[in-house]
Design a binder for this molecule. Sequence first.
Ligand code: ADP
Length: 336
Amino acid sequence: MPKLTSPLPTEEDKALDSTLRPKAWSDFIGQERLKRNLKIIIEAAKKRREPCCEHLLFYGGSGLGKTSLAYIVAKEIDSNIRATSGPAIEKAGDLAAILTNLNEGEVLFIDECHRINKICEEYLYPAMEDFKLNLILGKGPMARTMELKVPRFTLIGATTRLALLSSPLRSRFGAIFQLNFYKIGDIEKIIQRSAKILKVEIEPEALEIIARRSRFTPRVANRLLKRVRDFAQVEGKGVITKEIAKSSLEFLEIDEIGLEPGDRRILETIIKKFNGGPVGLQAIAAAVSEEKDTILDIYEPYLMQLGFIERTPRGRVVSNLAYKHLKISGSQKRLI
Ligand code: ADP
């Protein structure tokens, strides 16, 4: 697992995430199309004087802003938000407790909603559609169903793996939004905003250096900023200069496009052991001793975004761009 550039939140990130989380549209940088669409949905619900808006689903990689958006939506519709996650809803009783404790019009945010278990998911359908729960009491021939009304609520689901979401659940969301990787310019703005909140001075050239290593992901950008700030405070005069940004990130083994040793190991393994591919995910995972899901969720999206890895029907192939970046020439390809 990459140490500093993984988009997954660590314990340390949780505090940072909440300090830096955008609280209003004006703080939420980038994703312009999505923002415009969402604003229209919210405005329309307000005009119709509805207590909630449609159920919304956000999907996209970790650290791209799904949770932040859920909080902004709740604020925009003047609601409270209750947050939980798919794996935390283990039994139908857990879901019933959450839903019956909601107040009218509140937002229920379920992170990792592809991991809600199937039984709970089925209880969720009538709650999403008709705001009712059909609980089964007892077992066997004595079992009875009891219908419980639940307050009207807006469900906001977030998932990193849309393909793992069952289609009945997917179809019950009124609108589905994809969060994409950010443009470098937007990441620079995010770092600038975070630096202001963290009260650290940063030179414009340093902004770009950090942004280019942030894997187009706000959470990674914030984490790198925090690390570089430490270097600036200990080894410099507290200001993040171009030199400090460069030398500290080099020291942390993050190269100029945000690759860590783990990424390079995957690329080099495909080149050395599998002659550049095509090779199956399973074989790569075994060769680098990583979980298949870690490669799929953490490493591969960015390597594919860079165009370093291509997925073909016969497996993964390393592209010429990656050879160039790793300074391995085409002729060496066969020799390794
Ligand atoms: P996700 O739920 O997709 O994992 P989060 O919403 O928790 O992502 O975002 C992680 C952190 O990244 C946030 O706390 C926030 O500081 C930052 N962030 C994400 N998206 C944006 C954005 N569009 N503008 C500014 N900061 C952002």
